[in-house]
Each structure stands twice: as structure tokens, then as C-alpha cells.
Write a protein that binds this ligand. Structure first.
Ligand code: BTN
Length: 254
């Protein structure tokens, strides 16, 4: 991963750009990095604030031999890779909120958006998009996300407002590409269980009270476990156990 890196100063979305070059034949592991995105995309149709120079806005073209149902494992694996890279470079211990939000102090510091080419039997390519808020000050975030977003710099300076640390984005990118490569090799070898086990180590969701919103359904319960295909198992307050494949999960207390 990262044998070929395309760097762009400003783009609508690195995911869209990566998709375009994937359709033109970009090879497995091609990375697109932008300094700024003008239309960064988030999960569930949301947008992703991507100011110039403040964060890592990156997408990877992957061509794994997997079925669409297995894509979730790549997303979970990417969150493990991101959390390790963040810890390695900054010493910050973040947690993962299912499926792949990376959280510090209850606020989101990194998000992952995996997009597939289409509803086909075998995945032809997929785009793994990773956004990490690195050097924002709290004032840099738009008002509507100030209460739910943070950056590595803000978090590291929480107890020392005068001494906010800035991090070199290239250090994090280097480590992230290395960790992604490890995870990708494991997935190609079928070592999915290893990835799930690692994900559990960093989970900020399991054992917690959760509220799940999926389409028009909302239910609350305790997050019990995660299955090998990435589904979250929730013991609902009504006594039923449900498997959650997608949707929005909020965790009480974070
Ligand atoms: C989320 O909603 O949590 C996912 C956010 C993903 C943001 C990244 S930034 C790089 C890539 N390009 C995009 O447009 N989105 C992803």
C-alpha cells in the first residue's frame, strides 16, 4: 500500500478522485492524499469538514478478492490501523466506537468511509477513505461539530491549554500506510479473527449501554460482542439479542 501516492492540493473528495482513477485502472494500494477537500464525504450521507493543512484526508484504492459482505472487515481493520498509527506517533490512546469512529475524550478524531464500486458478486475495487483531525484548534471546527469533534492537537493539549502540541502529518501517514499494509495482508490470508480480536482490544463500545438507530428503528441495550463478519451483537432492553450490520450507534458516556 502506498507504492504509488497521488498528492493533490485541493480536491472535492479524495474518495471520489480515487474512484475515478480506480475506474481508469489504478493499481491495488494506490493512495490519494489531499491537503484540502471542498466536499469531503462522511458516513450516512454526511459531509466531512476537511480544512487545508489541518488533517489527513486520504483514500486508498484496494482490489481484494472478497465478496461485498466481507468489506466490513476492511473498514474495521482500517480503524485498528489508524488507532495504532495515532498511538505510535502521538502517544494518544484513542478508542473505537463501532464500527469505525475513532474517539478521544468522547469526541471524534478520525472517521473512515469505505465505498464499493457496485452491487456485484465479487468486489472489483473498493475505496477506503480515512480522515484524521490532526492539527485543528477547537476554533477551526465549524460550530455545528464543535461539541462532537476533536483533533489530536486539541486532545494532547487538554490539560495544558498554552502548550498545544502540533504533529507532523507525514509521520502519521507513514505509520498508517505501514499498519494498513499489515492488516491488508492479514485479510488476504483470511486471518479475519486476528483483526476482530485486535478491534476488540481497542473497542470503546463493547460492554457499554448503546442506542442503535437503523433506518426507522431505534433500540437500546448493551453491546455484547462483535461477530467475525463485523456485526455488532446487542442485548436489547426488551430481552432480544440483535445483530447490527449498519446504522448509527451511540454509546452512553461517550
Ligand atoms: C465518517 O463519517 O466518519 C467518515 C469520514 C471519512 C472522511 C474521509 S477524509 C478522506 C476521504 N475522502 C472523503 O470524502 N471522505 C473520506
Amino acid at each position: 500500500i502506498g507504492n504509488k501516492i497521488v498528492y493533490i492540493k485541493e480536491v472535492d473528495s479524495t474518495n471520489l478522485y480515487a474512484r475515478k482513477i480506480a475506474l481508469e485502472g489504478a493499481e491495488d494500494g494506490t493512495v490519494v492524499i489531499a491537503d484540502a477537500q471542498t466536499a469531503g464525504r462522511g458516513r450516512l450521507g454526511r459531509n466531512w469538514s476537511s480544512m487545508a493543512g489541518k488533517g489527513i484526508w486520504m483514500s486508498v484504492v484496494l482490489r481484494p478478492q472478497i465478496s461485498p459482505e466481507e468489506v466490513q472487515i476492511i473498514t474495521l481493520g482500517a480503524s485498528v490501523a489508524a488507532i495504532k498509527a495515532i498511538y505510535d506517533v502521538t502517544g494518544i490512546r484513542a478508542g473505537i466506537k463501532w464500527p469505525n469512529d475513532i474517539i478521544c475524550d468522547g469526541k471524534k478524531v478520525c472517521g473512515i468511509l469505505t465505498e464499493m464500486n457496485s452491487e456485484v458478486e465479487m468486489v472489483n475495487f473498493l475505496i477506503l477513505g480515512i480522515g484524521i483531525n490532526v492539527n485543528h484548534t477547537i476554533l477551526d471546527f465549524p460550530d455545528e461539530i464543535k461539541s462532537i469533534a476533536t483533533s489530536l492537537a486539541v486532545y494532547s493539549g487538554m490539560n495544558d491549554k498554552k502548550n498545544v502540541k502540533l504533529f507532523r502529518r507525514s509521520d502519521i501517514i507513514k505509520k498508517l500506510l505501514y499498519e494498513l499494509e499489515q492488516i491488508y495482508n492479514k485479510i488476504k490470508k483470511g486471518a479475519v479473527k486476528d483483526i476482530i480480536d485486535e478491534w476488540k482490544l481497542y473497542s470503546a463500545t463493547l460492554g457499554k449501554q448503546v442506542r442503535v438507530i437503523y433506518k426507522n428503528d431505534t433500540y437500546t441495550g448493551t453491546a455484547l460482542d462483535i461477530r467475525d463478519d463485523g456485526r455488532l451483537v446487542v442485548k436489547c432492553d426488551d430481552g432480544c439479542t440483535r445483530d447490527v450490520f449498519s446504522g448509527e450507534v451511540s454509546v452512553r458516556g461517550i
